[in-house]
Write a protein that binds this ligand. Structure first.
Ligand code: ADE
Ligand code: ZN
Length: 338
C-alpha cells in the first residue's frame, strides 16, 4: 500500500478531465462570496459540505452552478485556477487540460474576457512559478441550445490563442451530441481540438454520436461504452482515449461501489483509459486521491497504474518531445528501487 502510494506520487502525470469551476473549494467559495458581497444559501463551510450528497449528475449540477455564482472578477478566476494548479503540482501533475464553462458566467453578466483573462493569467504564472503546463478547453453546456453554443464559439474565436479545445458537458440525458453537430463542425474548421462528455449517464449511442457526428478525438467518461461490444471494438482499434473519473462516478452514483468500477474491464479490453478528478472540490479528491481509491478498490498492479499514467500522456496535447521525456521519466521511476 505504502509502495503504491509512493509510486502514484512519483509518476509524472497529466490531468485531462478537470472542470476548473469544480475545483472551487468551500473555503475559497466563502472567501469570494465575502469579497464580492454575495450571500450564500449555506451558513458555513460545514453546512455546504453536508449538501454534497448527490443522487445523480443533475443533483450535483444544481449545486455546481450555484457555487460558481461567487466568481465575478478577473481576480476571482485567477485565484480559482491558481489554487487548483498549486494542488495539481503537489500531486506531481505536469500537464493539465482544463475545462471551463463560460455560459455559466456570461449568463450572470460576467464578461467572457473576464473569465478567460483570469484563467489564462493563472496558467501563465503557473508555468513560470510551478513548472506546470496548462491549457484551456471551453465546454458548451448541453442543456442550453445550439444557438447559445454558436454565440459562445464566436466569443472563443476572439481568444483563439488562449483556448486549445472545445468540449461538451452538463446534463447528458436527453441532450445527445447530435444537438451540437453544426457548432462542433465550425469548431473543428477553426482548428480547435474537440472532445465531449459521453456515456457518463447517457447511452452508448451518445458515444457513437460524439465520434461520428461531432468528430471528437477523446471521450470524457465513456463508462457506458462497455454495454456495446461493437463500440468497445471501435474504441480499442482506434485508440480513442477515455478520460475516466472514479471518485466522480462514485459520488454521482454512476457506480455503486468502486470495486465495481469499470476501469479494470476497460483496461482488459485494451481501451486507452486515463484517471482524472472531474470536480475535485465536490467529489472528495484530486488526481492522486482518484488513483489511490481506484487502485485500492481494484487492486491494480504497479504496471497497470503506470499504463494508465502513460495513457494520459499519450492522449494529451503535449508535444511529441514532451511526451518522450515524460515517458522516459516514468521508465526511470519504475526502475527505482522499491
Ligand atoms: N460539469 C461538471 N462536471 C460534470 C460532469 N461530471 N458531467 C457533466 N458535466 C459536468
Ligand atoms: Zn466532467
Amino acid at each position: 500500500m505504502h509502495d503504491t502510494s509512493s509510486l502514484i506520487k512519483r509518476l509524472p502525470k497529466c490531468e485531462l478531465h478537470i472542470h476548473i469551476e469544480g475545483s472551487l473549494e468551500p473555503e475559497l467559495m466563502f472567501a469570494l462570496a465575502r469579497r464580492n458581497g454575495i450571500r450564500l444559501l449555506y451558513e458555513s463551510v460545514d453546512a455546504l459540505r453536508q449538501a454534497y450528497r448527490f443522487r445523480n449528475l443533475q443533483d450535483f449540477l444544481d449545486i455546481y452552478y450555484q457555487g460558481m455564482s461567487v466568481l465575478i472578477t478577473e481576480q476571482d478566476f485567477y485565484d480559482l485556477a491558481s489554487a487548483y494548479l498549486q494542488r495539481a503540482r503537489a500531486d506531481n501533475v505536469r500537464h493539465v487540460e482544463m475545462f471551463f464553462d463560460p455560459q455559466g458566467h456570461t449568463a450572470r453578466g460576467v464578461a467572457f474576457s473576464t473569465v478567460v483573462g483570469g484563467l489564462h493569467r493563472a496558467i501563465t504564472d503557473a508555468r513560470r512559478e510551478l513548472g506546470v503546463d496548462a491549457s484551456l478547453i471551453m465546454c458548451f453546456l448541453r442543456h442550453l441550445d445550439e444557438v447559445d453554443a454558436e454565440k459562445t464559439l464566436d466569443c472563443a474565436l476572439a481568444f483563439r490563442d488562449k483556448i486549445v479545445g472545445i468540449g461538451l458537458d452538463s446534463s447528458e440525458s436527453g441532450n445527445p451530441p447530435s444537438k451540437f453537430r453544426r457548432v462542433f463542425a465550425r469548431a473543428r474548421d477553426a482548428g480547435f481540438f474537440v472532445t465531449a462528455h459521453a456515456g457518463e449517464e447517457g447511452p452508448p449511442s451518445y458515444v457513437w454520436e460524439a465520434l461520428d457526428v461531432l468528430g471528437v478525438a477523446r471521450i470524457d467518461h465513456g463508462n457506458r461504452s462497455l454495454e456495446d461490444q461493437a463500440l468497445v471494438g471501435r474504441l480499442a482499434r482506434e485508440h480513442v482515449a477515455l478520460t475516466v473519473c472514479p471518485l466522480s462516478n462514485l459520488r454521482l452514483r454512476v457506480v455503486d461501489d468502486l470495486t465495481h468500477h469499470p476501469l479494470r474491464r476497460m483496461l482488459d479490453k485494451g481501451l486507452m483509459v486515463s484517471v482524472n478528478s472531474d470536480d475535485p472540490a465536490y467529489f472528495g479528491g484530486y488526481v492522486n486521491d482518484n488513483y489511490h481509491a481506484v487502485s485500492d478498490a481494484l487492486r491494480l498492479e504497479r504496471d497497470e497504474i503506470a499504463a494508465i499514467v502513460r495513457n494520459g500522456i499519450s492522449a494529451s496535447l503535449m508535444t511529441a518531445s514532451e511526451k518522450d521525456s515524460a515517458l522516459a521519466e516514468i521508465a526511470r521511476v519504475l526502475a527505482e528501487p522499491l
